[in-house]
Design a protein around this ligand. Sequence first.
Ligand SMILES: C[S@@+](CC[C@H](N)C(=O)[O-])C[C@H]1O[C@@H](n2cnc3c(N)ncnc32)[C@H](O)[C@@H]1O
Length: 355
Amino acid sequence: MHPPSGAPTSPLFSIRQTPHSGRAVFATQDIPPDTLLWRASDLTLAVLLREYRREVCGHCFSYEHGRDLSTRDRSIGFSFCNDTCAAAWRHSAGEIGIQAWTAVEKLVKHRSKEDDEMVYPDQARPKPAAIATAWDTVGAQASLIRVAREGERDQEPNVPNAAGVKVTKQHRRAVQKALLNPLRPDSLAFFVSGLLWHYNRPHEWSHLTALAPDPTPYHSFADLAAFTQTYLHLLCVLPLPLLALCAPDTLVALSRHDGHNSFGIRSLEDDGAEFFGYGCWPGASYFNHSCAPNVGKRRVGREWEFRSCGMVGRGEELCISYLSGEERGWSKGRRMGVLRRNWGFESLHASLLIQ
Ligand SMILES: C[S@@+](CC[C@H](N)C(=O)[O-])C[C@H]1O[C@@H](n2cnc3c(N)ncnc32)[C@H](O)[C@@H]1O
C-alpha cells in the first residue's frame, strides 16, 4: 500500500491495511530489543490545559514538580522553562500566532473559572447528522460576525466594504451576543493551535486528514455546543488573516482526526500520573493498540520515541499500548471500556488483549 501522507517510513517496518483494525505497522525484518523504530517530531496541534500553563513549559512540556516556571509571558498566557524555549515558541507561532494567542488570552483572562470544566457524563455522542445540524445552526450568526470583523479592514466607517456589505448594528450585536456565551479555554486552545498549524504549514494539512477519523468526536451534545460556541468566540477575536480558515470544515476536521490519534502529554516522572494536555503527531499515529505491546513509547520534550521491547520477528505487527499508567493494571473489562470510549474499538485484536 502507498504510505499515507505524513506516515512514517523506515526500512524496519511498513504500513499495511488489516481486515479489522484499519492500517497497522508491520516489521519488515527481525528487530532486536530496544531498537529505535521511529522518532516523531511532527507535532501538529497541542493543548496544554489552562490549569497547568504556569507549571508546564509551553514549548518543551517540561515540568518541575508543580513549581511555577521562571519565564512567564502573561500576554499569551504561557510559561517557559527558559528564554530559549520562549523564543522557540514565538518562532513557531509566528507573528499571526502571537496575535492570535494574545487575543484569546485577553478574552479568557478576566472570565470566571466556572466555564473551564469539561465534564462528560455518560451521554450519547452526537451522530454525524446531528453534528452537521449543530454547525449549520450557528452559520447565520457566524456570517454576521464575519461581516463585522471584515469591517475592520475598511478605511471608512459605515461605508459598504469590498463585498458591498455595510456593517450595521445587527452585525455588531452578533459579536456582542457571541462574547456573552460561556468560554471554554481548552477548546479555544485546541482550535487556535490547529488553525495556526494549518496557517503556518498548509502543505502538511493532509498529514492530519490522512489519519483514521472519528465520525463522532464530540462526547455529548453539550460538548458539541461548546465547540460551536468556541467557533463564534474565535471569529470575534482572531486576527483577520485567520478568519478564512476559521470555518466549520476545518474545525470539524480537527476534531474528527485528532479524536482517535492524539497522545496525552503527561508528566515524565510518576508514570505519567499528571495529565497536562494532549497533542497530535501524525507520524506516530499508525501504531495500533495491544495490551501486550511490543513497542514502547516515550516522550522526549516535544518528540515521541518508539522502541522495540524485546525481540520482534519479521512480519509481526508493531503495537503500542494506548492505556496510561494505572489503566494498564485494570481488569480486561475495564480496559476494554476505556478503549471503546476513547478510541472507538471493541478490541477485535482480542489476542492482543492480555487477560
Ligand atoms: C492511532 S489510530 C491507529 C492506526 C489506525 N488503525 C489507522 O488505520 O490509521 C487508532 C485507531 O486504530 C484502530 N485500532 C487501534 N488498535 C486497534 C485494535 N487493537 N483493535 C481494533 N482497532 C484498533 C481504532 O480504530 C483506533 O481508533
